[in-house]
Design a protein around this ligand. Structure first.
Ligand code: C5P
Length: 397
C-alpha cells in the first residue's frame, strides 16, 4: 500500500533512535523508498552504516558536504520525498523546528520542504510536560505538523509517563493513514442516521432520523475529493459512492467506529444519536406474563460523540461540525449548543411538525459559528450537503 511512496526519515538523537531501523524495514516491506538524514546526536545512537544497510540508500548527515551537494542539494533532498518523518522527535529538534532554525541538515530540510511532516516525539516525561515543549508542540500543530504519540509507559531513564516514542507499528499506521487521504489530501468523517439502543434481543429504542442529510453530506465530501468515512446507524438510504461505510447500531458502537476513523481533518456529526440507552440490556426476550408487574426500563446516558471529538486534546479535527434539530427558538438553542458541545459550527434545522424535515427531501438550515449566523434558503438535502462541504473546503484552505 506504500508502493512507490518516498519517505525522508530524519533520525534525531534519542535512545528510541534504534526503533528507526525496524520502521525502515517495515516501510520497505510495504514498497516505500526510504532515505535517511541522521543528525549528529542521532549518530551517537545508530550508525550510518546500519541505516544505509536497511534503507538501501546513502545516509545524509552533513549540511556543508561538497559531494552531497554536488549529487543532491539539501533543497532537493527535502522536496524529493512525499512525506518527511522525524523519528525520534526529541525536545531539541521540536524546539528548533518550532523556532524555524536551520542549523544542521535535518532542520534545513525541514524548513526548506514543501511536503507534509510527521513527527514521533520521544523524550523524558518532564521534558515532554515542560511548558516550553508544550508551547513548541502547539506552535508545530498550528503550522500543520502531524504527530504520532508519544505513548505513556516506562522510559529508558527509569521514569514513567508520557514521552515514550510510539512503536514502529503505530508510526507505520500513521504513515499509511496519511497516504490514504483523499485526492485533495483531506479526510472527512460523517455520522448519520439514528442509533438503535437494545432493550432485549428483539426490541430497541430508536428515533425517526432517516439518514438522508448525513448520507448526502458524505456523498458531497467524496465528490470533492475527501477520503470519507460514513459511520451510520440503521437506515434505508443507499450507501453513497466512493465512501468508506461503517454500519453501527448503538451510540457506543458509533463512538468506537468514529474513534477508529480518526485522525481526520473535519468531522460532521449529523447522526441523531439516542441520548439514552437501557441501562441493562436483557439477555433474553422480555416476556409478557399475566399477573407479573410491567417491566421498568431504567435509562443510562449515552456518550456524546460530538462533544467527545470536539474536546479531544490531541488529534482534534481542524473543524468539528454538529447538527441541532430544534422545534422552537432554533438559532438561540443552536448557539447555546455550539458552546456546550465545544464544536466550531452548528447546522441548525427546524424539525417541528409540519416542516417535513424528518425523512423529507428538503431542509432549511442556519449555519452558526462563534461569530456569525447565516440563514440558508430552503434546499434539497443534497444541496445543503454540497453547500456545507463547499464552505468546509474554504475553511480548511
Ligand atoms: O444534544 P443534541 O442531541 O441536540 O445535539 C445534536 C448534535 O450532537 C448532533 O450533531 C448529533 O450528531 C450530536 N450528538 C452526538 N452524540 C450524542 C448526542 C448528540 O454526537 N450522544
Amino acid at each position: 500500500m506504500l508502493s512507490g511512496k518516498r519517505i525522508l526519515l530524519i533520525i534525531a538523537g534519542g535512545i528510541a533512535a534504534y526503533k528507526a531501523i525496524e520502521l525502515i524495514r517495515r516501510l520497505r516491506e510495504r514498497g516505500a523508498a526510504v532515505r535517511c538524514i541522521l543528525t549528529k546526536a542521532g549518530a551517537e545512537f545508530v550508525t550510518p552504516l546500519s541505516l544505509s544497510a536497511v534503507s538501501g540508500d546513502k545516509v545524509y548527515g552533513e549540511l556543508f558536504s561538497l559531494t552531497d551537494e554536488a549529487e543532491m542539494g539539501h533543497i532537493q533532498l527535502s522536496r524529493d520525498a512525499d512525506l518527511l518523518v522525524v523519528v525520534p522527535a526529541t525536545a531539541d529538534i521540536l524546539a528548533r523546528m518550532a523556532a524555524g532554525l536551520a542549523n544542521d541538515l535535518a532542520t534545513t530540510a525541514l524548513l526548506a520542504t514543501d511536503k507534509p511532516v510527521l513527527v514521533a516525539p520521544a523524550m523524558n516525561v518532564r521534558m515532554w510536560l515542560h511548558p516550553a515543549t508544550q508551547r513548541n508542540i502547539q506552535q508545530l500543530q498550528s503550522d500543520g505538523v502531524r504527530f504520532v504519540g508519544p505513548a505513556e509507559g516506562d522510559m529508558a531513564c527509569g521514569e514513567y509517563g508520557p514521552g515514550r516514542m510510539s512503536e514502529p507499528a503505530e508510526i507505520l499506521g500513521a504513515i499509511e493513514g496519511f497516504f490514504t487521504a483523499g485526492s485533495n489530501g483531506l479526510r472527512a468523517l460523517v455520522t448519520s442516521g439514528p442509533t438503535h439502543e437494545a432493550i432485549d434481543p428483539v426490541r430497541f429504542i430508536a428515533n425517526r432520523s432517516s439518514g438522508k442529510q448525513g448520507h448526502a453530506i458524505a456523498a458531497a465530501f467524496a465528490a470533492r475529493g475527501f477520503a470519507t468515512t460514513l459511520v451510520s446507524g440503521p437506515t434505508h438510504e443507499p450507501r453513497p459512492q466512493g465512501v468508506k461505510f461503517v454500519g453501527v447500531e448503538s451510540a457506543r458502537d458509533m463512538l468506537a467506529a468514529c474513534e477508529a476513523a480518526l485522525p481526520v481533518d473535519v468531522v460532521v456529526c449529523a447522526a441523531a444519536v439516542a441520548d439514552w440507552r437501557v441501562a441493562v440490556e436483557a439477555n433474553q426476550k422480555l416476556k409478557k406474563e399475566k399477573g407479573k408487574p410491567l417491566p421498568v426500563l431504567t435509562l443510562a446516558e449515552n456518550p456524546d460523540i460530538l462533544a467527545t471529538i470536539a474536546g479531544l486534546k490531541r488529534g482534534r479535527p481542524r473543524l468539528v461540525v454538529g447538527f441541532a434539530a430544534e422545534t422552537e427558538r432554533v438559532v438561540e438553542h443552536a448557539r447555546a449548543k455550539l458552546a456546550r458541545k465545544g464544536c466550531d459550527w452548528i447546522v441548525a434545522n427546524d424539525v417541528s411538525p409540519g416542516t417535513g424535515t424528518f425523512g423529507g427531501t428538503n431542509n432549511t438550515v442556519h449555519l452558526i459559528s462563534a461569530d456569525r449566523t447565516e440563514a440558508w434558503p430552503q434546499a434539497t438535502k443534497e444541496q445543503v450537503g454540497q453547500r456545507l462541504v463547499a464552505r468546509i473546503v474554504e475553511a480548511l484552505a
